[in-house]
Design a protein around this ligand. Structure first.
Ligand code: ACO
Length: 317
């Protein structure tokens, strides 16, 4: 596959650290020092599907295609108002496409999982132009009275259009069933027959455990991919890492002995936007003219599961 178009959409509401200080026992200083975040964009009157459609339309336009040229849609999403139909079905109608659609949930690694699936589908010849969207509203999973989680997240949608080409150099997906360090459980509807005890509640996250696992797994994925591709760390133009915490990104940079100029970020402006973070950042770099044909880019993400996904692509646009 190769990427031929990108797009993104953010919610309008900008929530600063000072705004969080108004109702939480927290401080701008703590949040900046521990996470690197200054503001996050949070859904208020928008619907997630509208952000996903806006990002998708921009990506299709950037690719120079019509919506009817898209013959498969994959949407990475963890949570949205609908359990069914899938978000990708809603996006299809919103952009005016007429193709098969599917959602994937690989938590924050989902965008790279979806790219990998798109690559396989293009290789098999079953599709020509695939829209890959990552649309997330993690701010709806957290308890907004819990300072240890709610300050971390933001919402948004990023999209790419991929077509047949030589842009995917290599990829690596992993999953370890480690479900107790990060989860969000919702209550289903009652029935007259349910006798088991059920629990639900806002997102639970063991931040320190996630932090450790994230640094180790991202470093491992990156090392393996560089070896597989026969590349040195400095051969890559950018490392687009999942934007969960600036300190995780700095730890990976340190491990690779690279300075932070290789690691573009949006975490300071967008918070952790789950699987949308890598897609949002890719679009930002592209639209800011920071990507040149032939640049090699490594994308790496991790999330609940515990899942990880990474790939090296060549920018061919
Ligand atoms: N403001 C002020 N104090 C806080 C806040 C806050 N917002 N949140 C926690 N604290 C306090 C804690 O209560 C604790 O106080 P105590 O020492 O009196 O008990 C102290 O700060 C230190 O808490 P830690 O949890 O040890 O802080 P840490 O340095 O580990 O930072 C953080 C916490 C930011 C959550 C960090 O662990 C982290 O980023 N982990 C990874 C999270 C992540 O990547 N999540 C996403 C992955 S998957 C996905 O994207 C959905």
């Amino acid at each position: 596959m190769k990427i031929i178009g990108t797009g993104r959409a953010h919610p309008a509401k900008v929530v600063t650290n000072a705004m969080l200080e108004e109702f939480l026992d927290t401080s701008d200083e703590w949040i900046k020092e521990r996470t690197g975040m200054s503001v996050r964009k949070v859904i208020s009157d928008e619907k997630l599907e509208d952000l996903a459609i806006e990002a998708s339309i921009k990506a299709i336009e950037d690719a120079g295609l019509k919506a009817t040229d898209i013959d498969y849609i994959i949407c990475s999403n963890v949570v949205n108002e609908y359990v069914t139909p899938s978000l990708s079905c809603i996006i299809q109608g919103g952009v005016g496409a007429k193709c098969a659609c599917v959602d994937v949930n690989a938590a924050c690694s989902g965008f790279i999982y979806a790219l990998d699936m798109a690559d396989d589908r293009l290789k098999s010849g079953k599709a020509r132009n695939i829209l890959v969207v990552a649309a997330e509203e993690p701010t709806r999973m957290v308890d907004w009275s819990d300072r240890s989680t709610c300050v971390l997240f933001g919402d948004g949608a990023g999209a790419v259009v991929v077509t047949q080409g030589e842009g995917m150099i290599c990829s690596r997906l992993t999953t370890q069933s480690k479900t107790s360090c990060l989860y969000y459980k919702r209550m289903l509807e009652p029935t007259p027959y349910i006798t088991k005890e059920e629990t639900a509640g806002p997102m639970y996250m063991n931040g320190r455990e996630v932090f450790k696992t994230a640094v180790l797994s991202s470093a491992k994925d990156i090392t393996k991919l560089l070896k597989q591709a026969g590349l040195q760390p400095s051969d890559l133009k950018y490392y687009i890492l999942h934007q969960a915490n600036m300190r995780i990104i700095e730890a990976v940079a340190n491990y690779l002995k690279l300075d932070m100029s290789y690691f573009p970020t949006n975490v300071e402006r967008c918070g952790n936007t789950s699987s949308a973070s890598v897609a949002l950042l890719l679009d930002e770099l592209h639209r800011d003219g920071k990507l040149q044909r032939g640049d090699k880019i490594l994308m790496s993400a991790f999330g609940a599961g515990f899942t990880t996904a990474a790939c090296i692509i060549e920018w061919t646009k």
